[in-house]
Write a protein that binds this ligand. Structure first.
Ligand SMILES: Cc1cc2nc3c(=O)[nH]c(=O)nc-3n(C[C@H](O)[C@H](O)[C@H](O)COP(=O)(O)OP(=O)(O)OC[C@H]3O[C@@H](n4cnc5c(N)ncnc54)[C@H](O)[C@@H]3O)c2cc1C
Length: 380
């Protein structure tokens, strides 16, 4: 058993702490922001969220997302208080986007289907008549059994699971990663796990220059008929009217919706890399709403409008090169404490959370085992 300080109380930090506690480790969690807080530097409360893996030629991300799909399946089946609910997820590629190269089109909209078509339940290509039922010229599409994750409910459930292990969260903002060693109640820890999300770029001793925000903006609207399809549909359409799916390397706009089943639906959205704007772009909000009127007319009121609950902006914790899950070879200066990183989940922090958490637990188990075998061999 190791003493571990997890820095970060977003979905990644909480999931990692839970996976470590389940392995018998003695875990403490600190974070500048904690579940219940709402701040632009804390991404997890602002997510949609759903499972819709974006992995494209990224076997590690496929592993994280695949593991999490199985975990969410069990939660959706038997733990209603976790806020994970089954949903049909419909993904459609417009005719105008179908010939774009893979990298531009992205994993979800490929004609050959996404990597996860053999992993998920009920993967089914859409028929021609299903495609015709959507406005616009659609080339192909598919549906599969996915999940909606209600972020505030899921974060609260993770906290409740941690409290079953006696783990409490402490509000601390670190200036430097070295300072994390002070925060285990039982003395110097063996490991510090860095789950600081998008703010890793400002954390002393790490300052990862590859970490960048990927700005997202969504509109939360009232859903008067949350069970209209039995299993509520989530919908994503490649690109937006009048412009190709990929407008540039760093800016993408598309239509997506996620019914949460709690009387609200999320309308999205955009991915804008490197954009630290934290206020709502009203013109983008208008575009999101206008598109949604075409695809979700059943949610409009008698005046033909959505009842808007709120506009949301969040910074997804992007990282050039993808998520960073690895152990530093050298301990923190003057200590035997090793740092393990788990950040950079981008737009997939919920859908990959369990897989990333379990991977960190394996990294620590392997490190403990290699220390033991070193000790054993030095006695020979
Ligand atoms: C609009 C939008 C829609 C999204 N939709 C989806 C979706 O459908 N599916 C999906 O899987 N993902 C989605 N995401 C992405 C997902 O929200 C993120 O990947 C995830 O929340 C990242 O979690 P995290 O724990 O890494 O970061 P965070 O939630 O930001 O947590 C970081 C933690 O580290 C702490 N911290 C940072 N610096 C310090 C410091 N110096 N000292 C102490 N503590 C520190 C913070 O206070 C916080 O507690 C969406 C995101 C947005 C914005």
């Amino acid at each position: 058993m190791a003493k571990v300080v997890v820095v970060g109380a977003g979905v990644i930090g909480l999931s990692t702490a839970l996976a470590l506690a389940e392995q018998g480790h003695d875990v403490a969690i600190i974070g500048a922001f904690l579940p219940g807080d709402q701040h632009i530097e804390y991404t997890s409360p602002w997510a949609g969220a759903n499972w819709m893996s974006f992995a494209l030629n990224q076997p590690d991300v496929e592993k994280y997302d695949g593991e999490t799909y199985k975990y969410f399946y069990k939660l959706a089946e038997s733990v209603p208080q976790a806020g994970i609910t089954f949903r049909n997820n419909v993904i459609i590629t417009r005719k105008s986007d179908a010939d774009l190269p893979d990298k531009q089109l992205g994993s979800l909209f490929l004609k050959r289907g996404p990597w996860f078509k053999n992993l998920v339940k009920n993967y089914t290509p859409l028929t021609a008549s299903e495609l015709r039922s959507y406005p616009g010229e659609m080339a192909y599409g598919y549906k599969f059994l996915s999940f909606n994750i209600n972020p505030s409910v899921y974060l609260a459930w993770l906290v409740s699971q941690l409290s079953n292990f006696g783990i409490r969260l402490k509000r601390v903002k670190l200036a430097h990663i070295n300072d994390a060693v002070k925060y285990h109640p039982k003395g110097t820890p063996d490991y510090v796990v860095n789950c600081t999300g998008v703010m890793v770029s400002t954390l002393g001793g790490i300052n990862d220059p590859n970490a960048i925000p990927i700005r997202g903006q969504i509109v939360l609207v009232r859903d008067p008929c949350p069970n209209r399809f039995g299993l509520d549909t989530m919908l994503s359409i490649s690109g937006v009217d009048g412009s190709p799916w990929v407008q540039s390397e760093t800016r993408q706009e598309l239509f997506y919706s996620m019914s949460r089943g709690d009387g609200t639906t999320v309308l999205g959205g955009c991915f804008v890399a490197g954009d630290y704007t934290d206020s709502v772009d009203p013109r983008l909000a208008d575009r999101i709403v206008a598109r949604a009127k075409q695809y979700l007319p059943e949610l409009l009121n008698e005046q033909g409008e959505f009842e808007i609950i709120r506009h949301v902006v969040g910074w997804r914790p992007g990282r050039v090169g993808g998520p960073r899950l690895e152990i530093e070879s050298a301990p923190l200066p003057g200590t035997n404490v090793k740092v393990v990183h788990n950040y950079g989940a981008g737009g997939g922090g919920y859908q990959g959370s369990r897989g990333m958490a379990v991977t960190v637990a394996h990294i620590i188990e392997n490190d403990i085992a290699s220390k033991k075998s070193l000790k054993g061999s030095s006695k020979l």
